[in-house]
Design a protein. Structure first.
Length: 313
């Protein structure tokens, strides 16, 4: 038995005529009759009483009618869902990124994915890079957008570098250090410091070497916070200074609420943003739409960050 035979059964019942049913399913009348007989043999039950030129459904056919319709419907819906998945408009996708990046990217990405895709199920995780990596390895994420350095030596992960970040020092407009040139680290340390997110041991060592400092870098920070909105709120309301990538400050730089400080030497931390996923893992086609959007977003920001008034180098 196959759904093609069930469609033939439904066509005869719904049209009440062999000839009309044959026209509907694009078969000759003899071919349609052979299909119905084969279905009767498969079900081991007579489906029609043949009265003159008419086929009258038997009680067996009437009893099977609802199930036949459901089977045909489910096959059609299955084909439709696969078609939607191929077009990126259905399926499920779990994605993650850091809080600072999510401020500018996540909402736009979700709007893009949801547009015209009512069957697509999305789940997001906003976390630090180390936790995003754990979630990806545990297969609770399909991919994340973040620092690819954390994954580029793991053979089980696949990375696509997209954006080499520039770092700078930032403060609110009207900050006491605004407009001063060639600031030193001592000038900066007279003010509260904010650490936006996770800082790894290698980043800490690089920072200390860059500015000729000893001891613990993190002890010098008044606030460590991974939530971009909270960090921005605190910085705009205090004299705090924050080392960060230009990308995370673009909204404030656009609005003129934040300024870049000329701190020397410039920060030379290494951070490359990109897409990280499990190697060899087949994702819902919606992932391809997501990847294209992320690529375009980050490429577009490359030029904007360079001309945003950004950090001194």
């Amino acid at each position: 038995m196959n759904t093609r035979q069930l469609r033939h059964l439904l066509a005869v019942i719904e049209t009440g005529s062999v000839s009309a049913a044959a026209d509907r399913v694009h078969l000759s009348q003899p071919a349609l009759s052979r299909s119905l007989r084969a279905l009767e043999d498969e079900l081991r039950a007579p489906l029609f009483d043949r009265l003159e030129r008419r086929l009258v459904p038997t009680p067996f056919a009437q009893a099977y009618l609802a199930r036949a319709r459901r089977i045909v419907f489910e096959e059609a819906e299955g084909a439709r869902e696969l078609s939607l998945m191929h077009s990126g408009r259905a399926g499920s996708l779990a994605l993650g990124m850091g809080s600072a990046l999510a401020r500018g990217l996540l909402g736009r990405l979700l709007v893009e994915l949801m547009a015209g895709a009512p069957g697509l199920r999305l789940r997001t995780l906003i976390e630090t890079t180390d936790r995003l990596l754990d979630a990806l390895r545990n297969e609770t994420l399909d991919f994340f957008v973040g620092d690819v350095r954390a994954a580029d030596t793991d053979s089980e992960l696949q990375v696509e570098p997209l954006y080499t970040c520039r770092f700078g020092w930032f403060a609110r407009q009207g900050h006491p250090l605004e407009g001063r040139r060639a600031l030193t680290i001592d000038d900066v340390l007279r003010h509260p410091l904010i650490a936006p997110g996770f800082i790894g041991p290698e980043d800490e060592r690089r920072f200390l070497r860059r500015y000729g400092l000893t001891g613990s870098m993190l002890d010098r920070f008044t606030l460590q916070c991974a939530d971009g909105g909270t960090v921005s709120q605190v910085m705009l309301a205090t004299d705090a200074v924050m080392p960060a990538i230009e990308l995370t400050m673009l909204e404030e730089l656009r609005a003129g609420s934040v300024i870049a400080l000329d701190v020397q030497p410039v920060l030379d931390a290494e951070l490359v943003l990109g897409i990280v996923q499990r190697a060899g893992r087949t994702l819902a086609p919606a992932a391809a739409r997501a990847f294209d959007f992320v690529r375009q977003y980050l490429v577009g920001l490359e030029a904007e960050a360079a001309s945003a008034g950004g950090a001194a180098r």
